[in-house]
Design a protein around this ligand. Sequence first.
Ligand code: AMP
Length: 425
Amino acid sequence: MNSEKFSDFGLIEPINHALRDIDYSIPTPVQVQAIPPLLAGRDLLGCAQTGTGKTAAFALPIIQHLAKNPRKRERGIVRALIVTPTRELAAQIHQNLNMYCKYLNVRSIVVYGGVGQSPQVKSLNQGVDILVATPGRLLDLIGQGYIKLQNVEIFVLDEADRMLDMGFIPDVRRILNYLPRKRQTMFLSATMPPKVVQLAKNMVYDPVRVDVTPEKPVVEFIEQRLMMVEVRQKSTVLMNILKDQSVSRALVFTRTKHGANKLVKLLGRADIPAQGIHGNKGQAARQKAMADFKAGRIRVLVATDIAARGIDVEGISHVINHDIPNIAETYVHRIGRTARAGSHGISISLCSPEEREFIRDIEKLIRQPIPVVSETPFLINVQLKPVERPMPSRPKNPRSSSTQNRNRSRQGGPSSQGSRGNWRR
Ligand code: AMP
């Protein structure tokens, strides 16, 4: 499949030229499967997560369609609409569109909340072909008459599962009411829980189905570690982990914005420069934090799930879960930020007794236990108390010796030493 080249898709030369500029030569599996039917005008039901190349998979056919069917731009009239849950993702998609459209007269604009609307309105008034938007700001601007969707030819709903998690489904339904019935629809989601499938059914017609979700999501390339830690010990343990210089680029997740702010301050006081990104930060501050992280000016970025969605930074050596997510899929999304493109990565999850049930759900989803590491050199002063916990699913014969060994290993007992490998690699 992947012997295919972009030049085999029949894309117009200005697009191929732009792709050569950014060194895309071999299409990814989602691109191989989605681009030809999308170019033929089919709807798409795609199960693919960030990092698979899904943006180009839906963006290139859109650009080709618009370039081949030029129309005079009219104020606020959108031809292709891409709706996505977070501003980071919206900004990233917009950036990609600009790269792909470099040699074409196809104009893309991005609108999202949390920043003043005037520059966005000014830009819309100059004419738009492709609009990338988050739901809230989109509906705001539609309400004020700056955006008109009645002529949309192609509609993309990206990260539908995250829309659901973030409570955006009513907004999506309102947006749908503004769209013409006759259109091409591309529906993308990293996972397909029943509610998402239901939503998709009402939106796509005879879609081509593309599923590039790995059977075992991401985890093969990631060395996962679990540390049983009391809540009050978490920040100390985290600081000790981060002081180790082998942690070259770490993304730390917290459950709340407040938690992220508190951690950044604590780390700063411990001489570990870090920055935070979350929904309460202004766009400029978020972009600066991302730029500093990407350029290696800071080693540590503290993020909430929503803000981190769509972040694509290479070379993240460690993902650290300061708090365990209560949705198992979120864990997979989080740790997938490391080990990009098949490289090796480490994830460390700090689990308090209250969070053990979340770990059980996660282990069910990834279909493997996460090895517990509790006795590490830097924890000597932390008085770490190992926490007992049951296995996620009951083994057939609970008395079998292998089970006993496994349980011992989960409590940080001596028998687990051998299976842990070299944890401070
Ligand atoms: P996405 O899943 O769309 O967020 O893409 C993940 C990353 O892969 C982005 O940095 C893209 O620019 C890059 N990418 C997408 N498709 C290709 C390709 N065919 N060859 C090389 N890089 C790609």
